[in-house]
Design a protein around this ligand. Structure first.
Ligand SMILES: Nc1nc2c(ncn2[C@@H]2O[C@H](COP(=O)(O)OP(=O)(O)OP(=O)(O)O)[C@@H](O)[C@H]2O)c(=O)[nH]1
Ligand SMILES: [Mg+2]
Length: 374
């Protein structure tokens, strides 16, 4: 689309300028009375009109109607207005509509006999759950209904049985005995790794009276350990700053008599080309470490997939899901939990240290998924 404002003595004159310059397809967007500058000596201003007109260049297959070339338009045309991206957007919209139509009209006929379940299925289709998961849910429900024979299952039983068992949860403290438990917190930048460590340090150190130590392995940014050392000072927990693998091993050795060692790492972009190499070089093959991948609930599903793949070069003990307070769409996370079956350990829902953290549970994770449409 090309936009231009024309000034003239009156509307008639302005419209003829528009027609001459932009052609008969031009659309008038606005007209306004204006004081125009008069170039003749003696008179500085005189009344007139200003007309803003637009013409849609994409309507012209030969790209112009006024001799303008594609390369000329690139200067002022935002990418989202280019004809190709508009067609792409339209296609996406059509796909989306088709998808919605299929989902909304799709409960199979056998499910229609169970009104509550059919309604719940429609509800699930709107949560953003993966199609394959929905299909598995249907298969499971069908199996349950067949098995239940004369004793029909309640909606709650059917709905929750499958959803709540489609993913795993874990309490990492209970999952492994022995001292010290050494947990690393890895993940993309800014997801809440350091804040989560502070919350857990307070929970275990202050409330549960365990001996907790902190290690900062953030070799990416200057002064990166400042935040953690402030928490360490406040709580009286020891903090060691290390920069590479050998120093980390020495620090772990020094903290060998503690109950829990929490290791903060630098946030890394899942798209960084050397991510996998860096991770294995620093943290690979250290069986005493448990790696917890911190993921934000606000992250787009495609980026979650990338992060899970990139950081998954290390064996992941659990996912920690942060910022569940910042979104009501939990489907991306839920889909990934179901796909990978890596257990989720903690959920965090706010910036407050230490209170905004909770141990995950099947019920809570399912609630987070379903709250979207409540
Ligand atoms: N709303 C909300 N904010 C959070 C939560 N967890 C952390 N934050 C905020 O997210 C921001 C980043 O937190 P950090 O703990 O510094 O994140 P990080 O992953 O350590 O960041 P890098 O070390 O830079 O990669 C801070 O403003 C935190 O207060 C949460 O559960 N909810
Ligand atoms: Mg940090």
């Amino acid at each position: 689309m090309k936009l231009k404002t024309f000034s003239a003595r009156d509307l008639k004159e302005a419209l003829s300028q528009v027609k001459k310059e932009m052609g008969p397809e031009a659309v008038i967007l606005s007209t306004q009375s204006r004081w125009l500058k008069e170039h003749q000596a003696g008179k500085m201003r005189r009344p007139g009109v200003e007309v803003t007109a637009a013409v849609d260049l994409s309507a012209f297959p030969d790209n112009g109607g006024n001799g303008e070339r594609e390369s000329d338009r690139g200067d002022w045309l935002p990418p989202s207005f280019s004809p190709v991206s508009r067609i792409q957007e339209d296609l996406e919209e059509v796909k989306d509509l088709l998808h919605r139509w299929l989902r909304e009209n799709g409960p199979p006929s056998w499910l229609m006999q169970h009104k509550d379940l059919a309604m719940f299925y429609r509800f699930l289709t709107r949560t953003g759950l993966d199609d394959r998961f929905l299909q598995r849910w249907l298969d499971n429900v069908q199996g349950l209904l067949e098995q239940s024979g004369d004793q029909p299952l309640t909606l709650k039983e059917v709905a929750s049985r499958y959803l709540m068992h489609a993913f795993e949860v874990v309490d990492p403290w209970k999952a492994k005995e022995g001292r010290p438990r050494c947990w690393t917190f890895i993940g993309p930048t800014g997801v809440g790794k350091t804040t989560t460590i502070a919350k857990l340090a307070a929970k275990f150190g202050l409330y549960e009276k365990q001996k907790v130590g902190l290690i900062s392995l953030d070799n990416q940014r200057l002064g990166a350990h400042g935040q953690l050392s402030a928490y360490g000072r406040l709580t009286g927990q020891p903090l060691l700053v290390v920069h590479q693998r050998q120093e980390l091993l020495e620090a772990l050795d020094q903290m060998g008599d503690l109950d829990l060692v929490l290791i903060d790492t630098a946030g890394r972009s899942p798209y960084a080309p050397n991510l996998r190499g860096e991770l294995t070089q620093t943290l690979g093959d250290l069986p005493d470490l448990e790696h917890h991948l911190v993921l934000s609930a606000t992250t787009k599903e495609s980026n979650l997939i990338k992060a899970i793949k990139g950081f998954g070069v290390l064996p992941i003990s659990s996912y920690i899901i942060t910022k569940v307070d910042e979104t009501n769409d939990f489907s991306g996370i839920f889909n990934q939990l179901c796909r990978h079956r890596v257990p989720v350990s903690y959920l965090t829902a706010g910036q407050k240290v230490p209170e905004d953290i909770e141990l995950s549970s099947r019920r809570r994770v399912t609630e987070l998924l379903l709250r979207r449409r409540h």
